[in-house]
Write a protein that binds this ligand. Structure first.
Ligand code: DP6
Length: 345
C-alpha cells in the first residue's frame, strides 16, 4: 500500500525582516520578524508526499528534477517529523508504522526558484506541512512551524495565512522560536500586495551566507537588533491589529531600508537592490507625497524585486502612476500578487 498527502504553502513577504542567526544549525534568529502571507493560489509551492514499506530510499523531485535530500536542513526536518510520527505510533497501537518507511516527495513552485522571491520559505513550509498531514500529526501549526524553521528560517511563517509573527524566543534549543498568527487575512481584507519583478535571475549572495557576514562584520547590525527591531515589532503588530495603514507602511519601508543598510554596512558590502529598485523606492515616496496620503509601501528581500503593499481602494491610482512612469515593457515585468488578485487575471 502507498499512503499519500498533498498540500500547498504560499510565499510570505516579511514587513519586519529576519536577518541574522544566533544559532545556524537550528535557524534561531537574532530578532523577531513579521510577514504577510500571500494568497494560496498565487505564488506557492505544491508538495505531494508518498510513503510505502516498499520504497528503498527517500527521494525528492523539485520542479521535475531529482534533487538531493542530503542537506542537513532537510535531514533535520525529516528526522523531527519521523520522531513525532513514531511517538504517535507508540501511543496508538493501530497506527501504521510509517515512521520507519522511506518518503517520495514531489514539489513544484509556480514562480522562479531562488530569485529572491522567498521560494525556500514556501518550499520548506510545504514539505513539512505535507509530511505532517501524511503522518496525521496532532501538533498545532505553531509546533509544526518550529520544524519548518529548521529548513529555512522564514519558512516557519508560511505555516499561517494572513499576518504572522515569528517570535525569536530565547531558549538555546529553539523550543520557543515559532510562528504565531497576528491577525487573519479576513481581519484586513483591503490589504493587497504587488510584486514588481525587476529580475528573475538567481540571487547574488544567498541569504544564509549574507546574514552570517552581516552578523560578523556590521556595527549597524547591533544597533538594529538591540534598539530598533524590538520596538518596531510591537508597533507593527499594533498597526496590523488596528488596521493603521500609514503606520504599517512607514514601519515596513523603514525596516526594509534598515535591513539593506546593514547589508551595505557588511564588509565586504552586500548589494541586493539595484538602480531599478532604488527608482521604485523614490517613486513610492513621490506617489505618497503627490497624493498627500500614504498610498503605498515598498519592501525588498535578498534581491532587487520590490513588493508593494497598498489598500484595494487605491489600486487604480497607484497602478496608473506606476505604469505612467515605468511603462509596461521597460525591461522589467510587472507581476501582481496579493490576497485577492482576481482583478488582474
Ligand atoms: C531577507 O529564511 O531564506 O527574506 O534561514 O538561512 O534559510 P535561512 O534564510 P531565509 O532568509 C530570509 C531573509 C529575508 C527576510 C525575511 O524573510 O524575513
Amino acid at each position: 500500500t502507498i499512503y499519500t498527502a498533498s498540500t500547498t504553502a504560499p510565499v510570505n513577504i516579511a514587513t519586519l525582516k529576519y536577518w541574522g542567526k544566533r544559532d545556524k544549525k537550528l535557524n534561531l534568529p537574532t530578532n523577531s520578524s513579521i510577514s504577510v502571507t500571500l494568497a494560496q493560489d498565487d505564488l506557492r509551492t505544491l508538495t505531494s508526499v508518498a510513503t510505502s514499506e516498499s520504497f528503498s530510499e527517500d527521494q525528492l523531485w523539485l520542479n521535475g528534477k531529482l534533487e538531493s535530500l542530503e542537506s542537513e536542513r532537510t535531514q533535520n526536518c525529516l528526522q523531527d517529523l519521523r520522531d513525532l510520527r513514531s511517538k504517535l505510533e507508540l501511543s496508538d497501537k493501530n497506527a501504521i508504522p510509517m515512521s520507519k518507511w522511506k518518503l517520495h516527495i514531489v514539489s513544484e513552485n509556480n514562480f522562479p526558484t531562488a530569485a529572491g522571491l522567498a521560494s525556500s520559505a514556501a518550499g520548506f513550509a510545504a514539505l513539512v506541512a505535507a509530511i505532517a498531514k501524511l503522518y496525521e500529526l496532532p501538533e498545532s501549526a505553531s509546533e509544526i512551524s518550529k520544524i519548518a524553521r529548521k529548513g529555512s528560517g522564514s519558512a516557519c511563517r508560511s505555516l499561517f495565512g494572513g499576518y504572522v509573527a515569528w517570535e525569536m524566543g530565547t531558549k538555546a534549543d529553539g523550543s520557543d522560536s515559532k510562528a504565531v498568527e497576528v491577525a487573519s487575512r479576513e481581519h484586513w481584507p483591503e490589504m493587497k500586495a504587488a510584486i514588481l519583478v525587476v529580475s528573475d535571475a538567481k540571487k547574488d549572495t544567498p541569504s544564509t551566507s549574507g546574514m552570517q557576514l552581516t552578523v560578523a562584520t556590521s556595527d549597524l547590525f547591533q544597533e538594529r537588533i538591540q534598539n530598533v527591531v524590538p520596538k518596531r515589532f510591537e508597533q507593527m503588530k499594533q498597526a496590523i491589529v488596528s488596521r493603521d495603514f500609514p503606520l504599517f507602511a512607514e514601519l515596513t519601508m523603514r525596516d526594509s531600508n534598515s535591513f539593506h543598510a546593514t547589508c551595505l554596512d557588511s564588509y565586504p558590502p552586500i548589494f541586493y537592490m539595484n538602480d531599478t529598485s532604488r527608482q521604485i523606492v523614490k517613486l513610492c515616496h513621490q506617489i505618497n507625497a503627490f497624493f498627500n496620503e500614504t498610498v503605498v509601501a515598498y519592501t525588498f528581500d535578498a534581491g532587487p524585486n520590490a513588493v508593494l503593499y497598498y489598500l484595494q481602494h487605491n489600486e487604480t491610482k497607484l497602478m496608473a502612476f506606476i505604469y505612467q512612469v515605468f511603462g509596461q515593457n521597460q525591461g522589467w515585468e510587472l507581476k501582481f500578487s496579493a490576497q485577492d488578485l482576481s482583478a488582474f487575471k
